[in-house]
Design a protein around this ligand. Sequence first.
Ligand code: CA
Length: 512
Amino acid sequence: MPDPIAPAAPRYIKLNPADNVAVVASDFGLPAGTVFPCGLTLLDRVPQGHKVALTDIPAGTAVRRYGAVIGTAKQDLPRGAWVSEAKLAMPEAPALDALPRGNPPAPLPPLDGYTFQGFRNPDGSVGTRNVLAVSTSVQCVAGTVEFALERVRRELLPRYPNVDGVVALTHTYGCGVAIDAPDAIVPIRTLQNLARNPNFGGQAMVVGLGCEKLIPERLLGPGAPPTDVMRLQDAAFEGFGPMVDAIYAMCEARLDILNRRTRETCPASDLVIGLQCGGSDAFSGMTANPALGFAADLLVRAGATVMFSEVTEVRDAIHLLTARAADGTVADALVREMAWYDAYLARGGADRSANTTPGNKAGGLSNIVEKALGSIVKSGTAPIVEVLAPGERPTRKGMIFAATPASDFICGTLQLASGIGLQVFTTGRGTPYGLAAAPVIKVATNSVLARRWHDLIDFDAGGIATGAATIEETGWNLFRLILDTASGHTKPWSDRWGITNALALFNPAPVT
Ligand code: CA
């Protein structure tokens, strides 16, 4: 441990021997004239997380980080200069027709003996919490459902101590949409699979209006009993009160069943964990994401299902992912999802450069290439065994790419549909993000954020940047926190405060 009293020596982090830039690690950045222990002198003030040239980089030559080209110098960058976003030209995305493949890494060695306390379901899946979910087929019913659920929470929930909560799966879909358009499968499949999330214990129910395009039965699938569906326009309801009473009664019947669920010891291989980042900074790829990648490898070794997502944040590093595809089918599916998203963005007159935010850039990330290289580190090193189209459910255990937009809320919603019981979320800039359906562990990339947001951030990976901790020990600690949180022993801050974000469906099809 460094002496907390002594002034810290100025510090930068160079990730790969081939890099000609490094990232300033010192809290709050460093002024011009700072001399590093190696003799490098800063020519400009460089904010924390931003890049400094380690050698003279002539205009028109490559700037390298992570051992990869993140851009071309637009002007001469002398040794010690701040390499800011404005001084870099972004490279082209890798072409999809000539990607490396066919030589996947060997499977990781098994890791035995790790368990958690989960809620086992009749279909074999295991939940990390015990929640009653009320599906809705259309936005028209959302206010009524929330009104009824407020009463359920107030009057009924205290009588069912084994149930953690009641959530309404509300959304803006269901009517006023081109329901037969090819891409309508995405929001419809998402709503179908959301209701099957293992945290909901298989107790589905749907509230519909009656005249909407998306009929409630379509969400439940064939064979669902009629008692699982109600429609507000049903002639039996004389006004608002009886509608609320009916929702209340449907909830009561399901709470009775859910209250019989209790936690039991389950192998870690029953876990389904989602990985995401949001509000990234230059430390994301050096601290939180590598630690999460290490933890993801431990989860995969323990037999768990782990999914990473966010197409626009992997697109520029896709050559590194096809090289990890377990077989040709997986590589083809990775290319399919990238090509689909390229076309989707082009249709909207945008490209992948639309991803980086002002906050990313203020945090030191110059462009989407640099962001992608730091983003995929969270997927660890295991072979990629399956690729899911948005909202699909996995059929394999191991590391999976679940295609989603990078939007935090849409990615969270789609990963819930794909069956995650818990999400790990890395952030450099900070966000109070949370999900009602599953615990979210928020990991800070830097200790400045972790200290300032001491009652929102669950785990500080910033010690890796200061040299106070290693990636390995931080990864092990995160792995243990994941098991503890899945067991309900540790509650993430967003759950303690009860702050959650609304579900957000991905609807690439037209709205009418
Ligand atoms: Ca995100």
